[in-house]
Design a protein around this ligand. Structure first.
Ligand code: NAD
Length: 265
């Protein structure tokens, strides 16, 4: 295989996607990595979703494997499965992120929502990072990419989601600094408003709009011509950070947001 990730072994957790008209971030990342020559272990809590991504990769001539696993409880098993197959892991992406109906502003969210969102969005990531750091530090190389959110710095009144992603940002920096001397890089991507089924569908209900109106409203908030981004924009950023082209880049929180985070007022 040739490509920007030729010969790399990559784990992508959250590599399936919520069904819908557009592609999700995790699936786009897995497809992009495979297109660029990586073998990809596609992990999702929902096995048929991971298998769907693998089928598309194989149909396009790439190499991928599916694993049904939950990032919160199975992180060590995910890393063990990859090591059993390859003996090493070059790239690890955590794309998992959820919202919750009970989330809301600081004065009005419920405890169960906070604990669930924090466990999935942050604790799962922390456990995955800890598990994958062992073989990467031993190998003296590796690239970890965490999919955070612009909501970690510029929120929309969802404290559980925002705080879980802010913690993820800090995890990226702490990991980068803690393992720099061992040759392991860690960076986070902060997507802004992306046209994914979960991003649009999940917020449409909350905001009381149909899908078309929600797309229009989200696009209108983006400074850059063209409106919302697509999962391919997130995948291209992940490709760069995962690849050796970014060998001098670590501890970065990269917004992929059409300028939304740069706008004040
Ligand atoms: P997606 O389509 O990539 O779906 C995420 C996948 O994660 C789903 O297939 C789901 O089954 C899986 N998953 C959920 N919980 C899991 C768990 N505990 N263990 C393993 N797999 C699990 O979704 P998306 O909308 O593209 O979002 C992907 C990421 O991007 C999330 O972290 C999200 O917070 C972040 N993000 C999205 C947007 C946006 O506008 N879509 C904006 C900012 C950040």
């Amino acid at each position: 295989m040739t490509g920007r990730l030729a010969g790399k072994m990559a784990v992508v957790v959250g590599a399936g996607q919520q069904p819908g008209e557009t592609i999700g971030n995790g699936k786009a990342i897995a497809l992009t990595f495979a297109h660029e020559g990586a073998e990809v272990l596609c992990v999702d809590r929902d096995l048929p979703r991971a298998e769907g991504t693998v089928a598309e990769i194989m149909a396009a001539g790439g190499t991928a494997f599916a694993l049904g696993a939950d990032i919160v409880v199975d992180s060590e098993a995910i890393v063990a499965a990859a090591l059993e197959r390859w003996g090493r892991i070059d790239i690890c992406v955590d794309n998992v992120g959820i919202g919750h109906r009970g989330d809301g502003p600081a004065h009005a969210h419920d405890d169960e929502a906070f604990e669930t969102v924090f466990a999935v969005n942050f604790t799962g990531a922390r456990r995955l990072v800890k598990a994958v750091l062992a073989p990467m530090r031993e190998a003296g190389a590796g690239s970890i990419v965490l999919i955070s959110s612009l909501a970690s710095t510029a929120g929309a009144n969802m404290v559980a989601y925002e705080i879980s992603k802010a913690a993820l940002n800090r995890l990226a920096i702490a990991t980068a600094l803690g393992s720099a001397k061992r040759g392991v890089r860690c960076n986070a991507i902060l997507p802004g408003l992306i046209d994914t089924p979960m991003g649009v569908g999940g917020t449409a209900e909350r905001d009381g709009r149909d899908l078309a109106a929600q797309r229009e409203a989200r696009s209108a908030m983006v400074p850059l011509k063209g409106g919302m981004g697509t999962a391919w924009d997130v995948a291209n950023a992940a490709l760069f950070l995962a690849s050796d082209e970014a060998k001098f880049v670590t501890g970065v929180l990269l917004p992929v947001d059409g300028g939304q985070g740069a706008r004040i007022g």
